[in-house]
Design a protein around this ligand. Structure first.
Ligand SMILES: [Zn+2]
Length: 233
């Protein structure tokens, strides 16, 4: 939506003398778009997302930056931490603290790099401060540090574990990833095709075997989006 508005403004700016004439069809286009949105309103349920306060994050070293460049994709990662059989919420919270410590103390970043973390138990936690409020708003995002070149336009999800060799995400983690991606697509008005893996942009093995399963993930997310469509009239 933002991009369309910006380009419309550009068109109007370039055709100053015709602004009054061209404004008429533009208004009509807006009205049509609004009614189409209402007709196919999506209502993907918000999954439980535990905030930085919930898991006991340290304060960020500075103020996370809000960016409004047009969030256009989701990028999935694996943490490359050891795989665990502990699927508890306590583990997810401890893991979120460990990641934040690593990113701040070892990497020297202001805060956790990714926007969200998905534990092997399927618990979703907020990463960088402000990412949850941004997601609920849908009109902006927090600048992350998870994928070079994409941090101001992609939502980064770290899936806890190392998915190399024959290791795969747990079923809880996979199901959680599907529902969470669907919710993100709804909030930022993304197509399910706009879900990528870290290795699509940077030289890395991340997200391991999840990358081979991106087509399956996109299809599953699309099914959630389709199932949430309400038809009025
Ligand atoms: Zn990655």
């Amino acid at each position: 939506m933002r991009k369309i508005k910006l380009s419309r403004r550009g068109v109007l700016g370039g055709l100053t003398g015709l602004a009054v004439v061209s404004a008429v069809p533009l208004v009509a286009t807006n009205a049509f778009a609004d009614s189409a949105t209402k007709k196919h309103k999506r209502d993907v349920p918000k999954p439980d997302i535990f905030s930085c306060d919930d898991w006991g994050a340290r304060p960020a070293n500075g103020t996370p930056v809000k960016v409004n460049n047009g969030t256009n994709k989701i990028i999935v990662h694996h943490t490359a931490f050891p795989n665990t059989t502990d699927h508890s919420k306590d583990y997810a919270f401890q893991n979120s603290r460990d990641i934040q410590d690593l990113h701040m103390d070892q990497n020297g970043w202001m805060d956790t790099g990714q926007h969200f973390t998905n534990s092997q138990g399927g618990f979703i936690t907020e990463g960088r401060h402000g990412s949850l409020d941004a997601l609920l708003d849908g009109g902006y995002q927090i600048e992350g540090a998870h994928c070079v070149g994409q941090n101001d336009q992609a939502i980064g999800i770290e899936n806890d574990g190392t998915f190399l060799d024959s290791d795969q995400p747990s079923q809880e983690q996979w199901n959680s990833l599907i529902n969470f991606c669907a919710f993100i697509c709804q909030q930022y008005k993304l197509a399910s095709s706009e879900i990528y893996g870290h290795m699509d942009f940077n030289s890395t093995q991340c997200p391991g075997n999840i990358h081979d399963r991106l087509p399956e993930l996109r299809d599953a997310v699309q099914k959630v989006l389709d199932g949430s469509r309400h038809h009025h009239g």
